[in-house]
Write a protein that binds this ligand. Structure first.
Ligand SMILES: *Cc1c(COP(=O)(O)O)cnc(C)c1O
Ligand SMILES: [Zn+2]
Length: 455
């Protein structure tokens, strides 16, 4: 069977279509965002049970490239790509963690964390970048003149772009806001041989420059305005449902910055629904940092108007975005999924992350934003305690080791560090070590890890 997909303008009044292997990011007729649309009639000729069986058989297998969490669904992601042009690092297939102890502590027992940071470059950005770089490889192999691929980044996009381009021997250019990404994020594209431009601006400034660059030169744009990435990222919804034996959770909480990922999440669920593979939708909650909350503000006024904000510095640096490219797509998703938007302060996100870490996780600050929002919605009764809730963890905590260490030293400005657990400095004296431990542990038999403050 031949499955097809194409780019289509998201404005229903326009609906212009473009070839998937054309270099295009916005509608030429009306300048609106594009999305990839699939021939769902053709996909629906295969039964839901057959699709489920096929995905179950492929996911995690070594049958290249079908073991990947993205490419096991190739027919629904990018059917027109030939296998030899797939640039995959076995992205996806990340663990869906039952947060048993944390869930019990906060009173929601069916709590799960989708660990998208357990991936090749440590964030969910791999899911989209494998698709985008594969398409570039195919276009180059067909003789299109694309000398390089470029992105503006708050850190994780550039790490993913650099790795996938390096694997495919395609030059990558990354534009980073100087001193606004972590050392771990900076060193990834450097190690993978990307051309790293460190610009004296913030993310929104880098975004404007990369758009100028990719409009004037034939360098290809890898930001999420490019809807190829959304096609890869939508597989997170499909994978979550697959991991629950094709059952749909009640609520999914996702941190949002440029808002590509929330629209991808919705797109994945909708495709499954259209193909009869699921029979209901979850509610989607977008979690924003109060320091970069344009979507939250728009939500509060019923989406009547949208005003970009100047994003203030936030520990959740990957979502420090004041003028999100995918705003319209996100609003559409929220309207389709009974959506909620909530925000978290710096202290709330840092505390939520640290509190959950004490139960064995190791959260990035964006996951902290989502966890803080979970706590708020629970306390207001907007999430019921018997719901099945999934928190999307977007990156690995190790990318943010420096700020996490500062939290535990209580050295983050304006943050008390209520769950700080700093090392205890002692001389190497066995008696003092014994006495110190006796004081802390006492005779408690079930001594579980607790923050220093509570000892
Ligand atoms: C990119 C990113 C986000 C935000 O995703 P958007 O699609 O921009 O909303 C959140 N967390 C992490 C770790 C990211 O890298
Ligand atoms: Zn259009």
């Amino acid at each position: 069977m031949t499955y097809r997909c194409w780019f289509q303008c998201i404005d229903p009044a326009c609906g212009e279509k473009y070839d998937i292997f054309e270099v295009i990011y916005r509608c030429r007729r009306c300048n609106e965002l594009l999305e990839v649309v699939h021939d769902e009639e053709q996909l629906a000729k295969t039964s839901p049970e057959t699709w489920k069986g096929l995905f179950d058989e492929r996911l995690g297998s070594t049958h290249w490239p079908y073991g990947s969490g993205v490419w096991c669904r190739k027919e629904m992601v990018l059917p027109l790509l030939s296998d030899e042009n797939v640039v995959s690092m076995y992205e996806g297939g990340s663990n869906l963690l039952w947060a048993e102890r944390f869930g019990r502590e906060i009173g929601v027992e069916d709590l799960w964390v989708k660990q998208c940071g357990n991936s090749h470059t440590g964030s969910f950005k791999d899911l989209g970048m494998t698709v985008l770089v594969s398409v570039v490889k195919q276009m180059r192999s067909q003789g299109q003149d694309i000398p390089a691929v470029a992105c503006a980044s708050t850190g994780d996009t550039s790490a993913a772009l650099a790795a996938y381009c390096a694997a495919a021997a395609i030059p990558a250019v990354v534009l980073l806001p100087r001193n606004k990404v972590s050392l771990a994020q900076l060193v990834q594209p450097i190690s993978n041989g990307a051309i790293v431009l460190s610009l004296d601006t913030d993310f929104d400034g880098c975004m404007a420059t990369v758009q100028d660059l990719t409009q004037r030169e034939n360098i290809y744009l890898a930001n999420s305005m490019n809807s190829l990435r959304i096609e890869g990222q939508k597989t997170v919804a499909m994978e979550i449902v697959q991991q629950f034996d094709w059952k749909v959770p009640d609520t999914v909480i996702i941190p949002g910055g440029n808002l590509g990922n929330v629209s991808a999440l919705g797109k994945g669920f909708l495709l499954l629904e259209n193909l009869g593979m699921i029979d209901r939708r979850p509610r989607i909650v977008v979690a924003q940092a109060e320091h970069a909350n344009p979507l939250y503000r728009a939500y509060k006024n019923g989406f009547r108007e949208f005003t970009p904000v100047a994003a203030q510095p936030t520990l959740a640096s990957a979502i420090q975005i004041g003028n999100p490219v995918s705003y319209k797509k996100a609003v559409r998703t929220l309207q389709e999924f009974n959506g909620v938007v909530e925000q978290a302060t710096e202290e709330e996100l840092a505390d939520a992350s640290a509190k959950a870490d004490l139960t064995g996780m190791f959260n990035c600050p964006h996951t902290g934003v989502a966890l803080a929002v979970l706590l708020k919605l629970l306390s207001r009764g907007e999430i019921r305690r018997d719901e099945r809730v999934v928190v999307i963890s977007t990156a690995h905590g190790l990318k943010f080791a420096d700020q996490k260490a500062l939290y535990h030293q209580k050295k983050l400005p304006g943050i008390r560090g209520s769950y700080a657990n700093a090392p205890i400095e002692l001389p190497n004296d066995p008696r003092q070590v014994r006495e110190t431990l006796r004081r802390i542990i006492g005779n408690k038999k079930d001594a579980a890890p607790v923050a220093a403050e509570n000892r």
